[in-house]
Design a protein around this ligand. Sequence first.
Ligand code: HEC
Length: 139
Amino acid sequence: MKFNGLMLLSALFALAFAISCGGDDKDQDGDVTTVAMTPEKAKEIAMSTYNTLCVTCHSESYRSAQVAANQPVPADFEDPAFWARADVTDDYLRKIISEGGIAVGKSPLMTGAPGLKGEANLPALNALIEHLRSLKKAE
Ligand code: HEC
């Protein structure tokens, strides 16, 4: 079987939805209620999202290989120049990560983490952004 970019993308989308769907729980009546996420849980979801999903494209090996020919190179979170960009704000990061590159006019290959969309997942999304910022190397 030939493993092509499209299959990689579909697999990543499936993965993105599979992880971090936390937040919902059943109460005694069996109704689904939203349970507030603890900071520990948010951090746990952020780290597992980063380590299983984001690194598949945003790691050293993938950056040099690129996700696909003629496509932009995935951002280097260790590079101070990335963080120095005026447009890289928390709002921007929340949008591109939860809605993907298309939402901000970037490459559709930037799939992000659709599983982190929505109010209930905001603590995990913010924890993920905090982790990305912590990767920045000293200049
Ligand atoms: C399938 C590959 C892929 C995955 C998975 C992926 N990205 Fe990306 N990402 C890209 C590519 C390609 C770009 C470059 C997009 C561009 O410049 O048009 C990018 C760019 C970005 C940018 C910078 C956008 C800019 O304005 O320069 C951020 C931030 C980002 N990704 C965060 C993430 C996070 C966080 C995750 C994990 C939830 C993630 N990405 C998962 C491929 C991916």
